[in-house]
Ligand binder design. Structure first.
Ligand code: FAD
Ligand code: NAG
Ligand code: NAG
Ligand code: NAG
Ligand code: NAG
Ligand code: NAG
Ligand code: NAG
Ligand code: NAG
Ligand code: NAG
Length: 494
């Protein structure tokens, strides 16, 4: 069944030619091995998978899509792909990474994990299939009056979120989502289904906490749960003229006493079609009986407000409501990120620059109806007190949750022809923001992987020591580089 399919034919004239139909024959092999779970173009299930990507640019067309139901089926798929010698593939969790090619592929095989989405609560550990989205997890765990460190928007996937770090409602209080994993079940390049945890394969365990798709396909996440009732929070939309006050208030929040119960972000949104600016805060206070804590300035003192959604509710409800906008407005979405140490002036300088340049950029690409967002938020604390490490590169005694701010800059737009220009605008913005930070002496090398653009290097941002560790672990568990070469997208080590 697994006949060897050569991908490149070596001709006597010394040129390589790709032999045709190799991916087609890999798909045929997958189909014989996993008959029920391979989808071909034109079928309903194929179309449903493609149209369920949240951003239009992610709707690529693979030769076939495999939708495994068990770790054994993932293992079979990996064996077929490896033995094909070269068929390119992609792995999709929730499909919410905006970078083209990270979670889908044209003319290759996409492994879509969504059928593996069981959520099982067992005392203080929640076992989550790697194809689950956070909404399903919250809905299930809240039946037991517990919560987990998950996404703040329900439609986002568990797999990409956790393996890239994961900033939750409880980030300031409880750390990164990846650090609350007690065990990853993983399919390695050789097809073995293994556990990675603090006592078994601890090197792989650490590498999966930030190293994402470089080591294997995670099939199950075992997450630490904690007792949790409702939290206070929500969205506030301010009048356009409140933009500078919002940035000052967030700067003040960051430079005042650290409050571990205050989480969330502030965003400036510029709609290039209506030419309207909307300053927004999306904040939570996870100890509702002490609200608003350090959020007072933003939630009470500044204005004018045009909408105030602050209320006490369960995380599942916040996550569900926040999903509505993402689900209903399909557009092209591109993003990039950078990180700096907070200073009294850095955020307002970055804001002023964006505000000065973004209308003109939107005007240039007016045919694509662009909207831009500039969002600022905090990182989570690193594992401390001898907790098992991740690979994000922060020392145990570092306090990035207090000292650092990361920004995300986004363009939403319609027409594909604007992609290159707006990507260049993202690159230019990141360069200019970094220049400002350098000039102030507050630049930080960390680049949050889950919001990094394809042209950025988040793994390098973890620092040389982490990068060396990651490379060593990848060589150990994937000596032939299946996940470096045949897995086409993602941030690579080699
Ligand atoms: C609307 C929205 C809200 C967000 N909110 C938050 C937030 O609150 N906090 C936060 O930290 N981030 C947030 N993010 C960023 C989010 O963490 C990333 O987009 C993340 O990639 C989403 O995970 P996914 O499974 O949906 O992604 P996918 O696009 O499916 O996967 C992302 C990457 O992970 C790899 N991958 C997927 N599954 C596996 C697997 N099983 N094993 C190995 N590798 C795998 C993929 O190959 C891909 O490279 C948000 C993003 C969006 C679009
Ligand atoms: C490729 O596969 C298609 C469909 O199976 C077939 O029609 C076509 O002849 C094949 N092409 C080559 C060059 O083998
Ligand atoms: C799937 O989508 C393609 C392209 O949009 C379309 O031609 C085809 O009819 C669809 N198939 C089904 C079964 O919906
Ligand atoms: C969860 O908490 C509610 C409210 O306190 C309580 O009524 C319910 O019995 C609890 N459920 C479980 C499974 O503990
Ligand atoms: C760690 O992996 C080993 C080996 O598979 C397993 O026996 C053990 O239960 C795992 N530990 C946790 C916490 O899951
Ligand atoms: C921008 O404004 C236009 C016109 O008011 C509106 O139709 C569109 O939905 C807005 N775009 C976004 C992304 O909010
Ligand atoms: C969710 O949306 C509904 C409907 O708009 C609203 O009534 C409810 O208060 C919202 N809940 C939260 C937590 O935002
Ligand atoms: C680490 O230890 C310090 C001092 O004992 C304690 O205050 C802190 O809460 C601990 N942090 C974590 C994350 O357990
Ligand atoms: C990290 O490695 C790069 C490239 O090898 C080197 O240029 C740089 O100086 C190193 N940085 C540190 C802090 O060691």
């Amino acid at each position: 069944m697994h006949h060897f399919t050569p991908c490149l034919l070596w001709l006597t004239f010394g040129i390589f030619v790709a032999s045709s139909n190799t991916t087609t024959s890999t798909c045929d092999d997958l189909s014989s091995a996993l008959s029920d779970d391979v989808r071909f173009p034109e079928s309903d299930l194929y179309n449903a998978s493609i149209s369920s990507y949240p951003f239009l640019q992610l709707q690529l067309h693979p030769t076939c899509i495999t939708q495994p139901r068990t770790p054994q089926e993932v293992s079979t798929a990996i064996n077929v792909l490896r033995e094909s010698g070269c068929t390119k593939f992609a792995v999709r969790g929730g499909g919410h990474n905006a970078n083209v090619g990270f979670n889908n592929i044209d003319d290759g095989v996409t492994i879509d994990m969504h059928l593996m989405s069981a959520v099982e609560v067992n005392k203080d550990v929640v076992r989550v299939g790697a194809g689950a989205i956070w909404q399903k997890v919250y809905d299930e765990v809240e039946k037991y009056n517990v919560s987990v460190l998950g996404g703040r928007i329900g439609v986002v996937g568990v797999a990409g979120f956790v393996t890239g770090g994961g900033i939750s409602f409880f980030g300031p209080e409880r750390g990164w989502a990846c650090d609350a994993v007690v065990n990853f079940q993983v399919v390695l390049a050789n097809g073995d289904i293994v556990d990675a945890n603090a006592t078994s394969r601890p090197d792989l365990f650490a590498a999966l906490k930030g190293g994402q798709s470089n080591f294997g396909i995670v099939t199950r996440f075992d997450l630490k749960a904690f007792p949790q009732g409702p939290i206070w929070g929500g969205r506030i939309a301010f009048a356009p003229e409140a933009d500078t006050a919002l940035i000052s208030a967030y700067t003040e929040f960051k430079t005042s006493k650290y409050d571990p119960y205050a989480a969330g972000w502030v965003t400036l949104r510029y709609n290039g079609t209506s030419k309207q600016t909307t300053p927004v805060s999306v904040l939570w206070y996870t100890k509702p009986e002490q609200k608003p804590g350090a959020l007072k300035k933003i939630t009470e003192d500044i204005g004018p407000k045009v909408f105030n959604g602050m209320q006490t509710a369960m995380p599942s409800e916040f996550a569900r409501n926040a999903s509505v906008v993402v689900k209903t407005s399909k557009s092209r979405t591109i993003w990039a990120t950078t990180t700096f140490h907070i200073s009294p002036t850095i955020m307002s300088r970055i804001h002023r620059l964006w505000k000065a340049l973004v209308p003109k950029i939107c005007e240039t690409y007016a045919h694509a109806n662009p909207t831009s967002e500039l969002t600022f938020q905090s990182l989570a604390p690193p594992p401390r007190n001898g907790s098992h490490p991740n690979v994000m590169g922060f020392a145990e005694n570092a306090t990035p949750e207090k000292d650092l701010v990361f920004l995300q800059i986004i363009f939403y737009f319609g027409d594909a022809s604007a992609t290159e220009g707006l990507n260049n605008a993202l690159k230019d913005f990141i360069k200019m923001f970094d220049d400002i930070a350098e000039e102030e002496g507050v630049k930080n090398k960390y680049v949050y992987l889950n919001f990094a653009a394809w042209f950025q290097e988040p793994l390098q941002g973890y620092g040389n020591e982490s990068l060396r560790t990651l490379k060593r672990v990848a060589r150990k568990y994937d000596p032939k580089g299946l996940f470096q070469k045949q897995l086409a997208g993602g941030f690579k080590l080699f």
